[in-house]
Write a protein of this length. Structure first.
Length: 125
């Protein structure tokens, strides 16, 4: 997917840095559904100027055989919790924005992780 940086500073996507007013091809893992991409688009810091692959497009041919294993929800929650702990600061900010969590520029990575976990725990209760 190709994007244009409309912000006044460079924007990072993994190992790629996009300078202001330049276009760049994003790494494969940054689809239109990625939280960081959604965050930057929501702030109007980037604009998509090329083809737009999504997660759904990549998995459109996968087939669900319908097997339902007991404890699947627990496994999903554990995997989700692990993924939050492994997110970078920009991904955490994007996730916080999606969950309508207020945060400041001074919030550390761990502070955002705690806020996200607390919000998700409140929603499940």
């Amino acid at each position: 997917m190709k994007i244009m940086n409309r912000h006044t500073t460079s924007i990072g996507f993994g190992t790629l840095s996009v300078l202001p007013d330049t276009a760049a091809e994003l790494p494969r893992e940054f689809t239109a559904d990625h939280p960081v991409v959604k965050f930057y688009i929501g702030k109007k810091w980037i604009e998509i100027v090329g083809d737009v692959p999504t997660k759904g497009a990549a998995t459109a041919q996968s087939v669900n055989v319908g097997a339902n294993i007991a404890g699947t929800d627990e496994i999903k929650q554990t995997a989700e919790a692990k993924s939050i702990d492994r997110m970078k600061l920009e991904e955490l900010r994007a996730t916080a924005s999606e969950l309508d969590i207020e945060y400041g520029e001074d919030d550390t990575r761990q502070m955002l992780i705690d806020k996200i976990k607390a919000t998700k725990a409140e929603k499940t209760e």
